[in-house]
Design a protein around this ligand. Structure first.
Ligand code: HEM
Length: 438
């Protein structure tokens, strides 16, 4: 069976909640669903809990640092909740590897399984291992390193201004769609060398939005086909006339990636950048607009933007859970017996709030030892976290400068989270402010 799919996302979970739930598959004996006789936890459904930290605390109390869970359709896996255990798994890719074709559950996976877009093997950097991963990730790292952070901040400022001009006169806005998600998407497309404002750039932005964040009435498959075609054309154009952009640097890298590989990896980079950065912006804005510690500083409170961004990475991280790693051979983890081919979900949010690293109960230090960007060989490649920080910081600072009296246009408890156990982000962030003419 071919488990290759044409999806782009890096396990951010936009697929959860889409489509019907396939019939439950009976797990074979010895798999996580039967671990130690304890009932495995059904992950689908838990996304409706509004306070993930309480959920993870309860799971940890009941199951320890590695919990047997059931994914959509009753498919068994392990949820790694402990900081030490997530660090161990991600640091030992020879034991817990990334190629999902190792999974011992493939015979039970239906063709329309909702998590297939994140788990089905793709010929991109995400699923490569060993020397091949180093080659592919090395090209991405060096291509991103060529970006001037000040120039990126300048682009983000321009993009932010354009987006704000679009709603500033109305005195009200819904920031998730019109700002938090729109800005990193445009920044990523520009990094790759597509001119800002061009018609086909706008089409690409729309198609990426549809394929990554499908809404009712969208056709994500058709949109993804158009994304692929546009990126293929971009690669051809940059082969003919290279420029100072990520695409050209990937094409001219001595590792000699093929055009097919570059198209795959460019789409992975754009997709990997989009959802987490958009939700990072949204979650930090929510914190600043709802928490008294930040409220005083909202107008022009530059210092507190960095604090809000860091606190979100500890307490409300966008990539809550990441699927995943697959055991190369039988082993043990957190007292559990793991079989070759078992799937492990990285519980990044749970690990960040693990009481083992926060014995005093005070979570959210000013350091960055959280696991929100992953860890080990497949972690978010340097310098992507720095670039994401620059995008997010510029987005929030520009909004606060342009709309200094912005406030929430709802009660904080009315804000709702997207129904996903994978990605933590708001469904909407309504705000009001004094209308400003551009
Ligand atoms: C400019 C923005 C970003 C870019 C270009 C980017 C790019 C990437 C890429 C290419 C990978 C795949 C690495 C591999 O498999 O070797 C990755 C992984 C990852 N990224 Fe990012 N990313 C960005 C922002 C973010 C943000 C804001 C977060 C969360 C706060 C995030 C969290 C992660 C995580 C958790 C992984 C690790 C997956 C794993 O362990 O397998 N990324 N990123």
């Amino acid at each position: 069976m071919d488990h290759t799919v044409n999806a782009t996302d890096h396990g951010t979970g936009h697929g959860t909640g889409h489509g019907g739930t396939p019939p439950a598959a009976e797990p074979p004996p010895g798999c996580p669903a039967h671990a130690g006789g304890a009932a495995a936890v059904r992950l689908s459904g838990l996304e409706y809990q509004q306070t993930p930290s309480e959920l993870y605390r309860a799971l940890r109390r009941e199951h320890g640092p590695v919990a047997p869970v059931l994914l959509d359709g009753g498919i068994p896996a392990w949820l790694v909740l402990g900081y030490a255990e997530v660090t161990h798994v991600t640091a030992h890719d020879e034991l817990f590897a990334r190629d999902s074709r190792r999974w011992n559950q493939w015979p039970a996976i239906p063709a329309d399984w909702p998590l297939l877009p994140f788990v089905g093997h793709q010929p991109s950097v995400l699923f490569t291992e060993g020397a091949e991963h180093q080659r592919r990730a090395g090209v991405i790292t060096q291509a991103l390193e060529g970006l001037d952070q000040f120039e990126l901040a300048q682009w983000c400022r321009e993009i932010a201004d354009q987006l704000i001009d679009g709603f500033a006169g109305g005195g009200r806005a819904e920031l998730m769609s019109s700002y938090a998600h729109a800005l990193p998407m445009r920044a990523a497309v520009r990094m790759c060398g597509m001119p800002a404002g061009g018609d086909d750039t706008e089409d690409l932005v729309t198609d990426l939005r549809i394929s990554l964040d499908t809404q009712d009435g969208d056709d994500p498959v058709a949109a993804y086909v158009r994304v692929q075609e546009r990126i293929q054309r971009l690669v051809r154009e940059k082969r003919a006339a290279p420029g100072p952009d990520v695409t050209s640097r990937m094409l001219t890298h001595p590792a000699g990636l093929t055009d097919v590989e570059i198209v795959q990896d460019l789409i992975s980079v754009i997709a990997a950048a989009q959802q987490p950065t958009g939700n990072w912006i949204g979650n930090a804005l929510r914190l600043m607009l709802t928490d008294d510690r930040f409220a005083l500083n909202v107008s022009g409170g530059r210092l507190s933007v960095g604090q809000a961004l860091n606190e979100v990475l500890w307490l409300d991280t966008p990539t809550q859970n990441f699927i995943g790693r697959w055991a190369v051979r039988d082993t043990t983890l957190g007292g559990r017996r793991i079989r070759a081919g078992d799937c492990l979900v990285l519980g990044l949010a749970a690990a960040n709030t693990d009481p083992q690293i926060w014995p005093e109960g005070h979570v959210g230090a000013e350091n960055s030892a959280h696991l929100s960007f992953g860890n080990g060989e497949h972690r978010c490649p340097y310098p992507a976290p720095l670039l994401a920080d620059s995008v997010a910081r510029t987005a929030i600072e520009t909004l606060l400068e342009r709309l200094p009296d912005v406030v929430l246009a709802a009660e904080p408890e009315e804000l709702t989270w997207r129904p996903s156990i994978w990605m933590r982000g708001l469904t909407s962030l309504p705000v009001r402010f004094t209308p400003v003419t551009a």
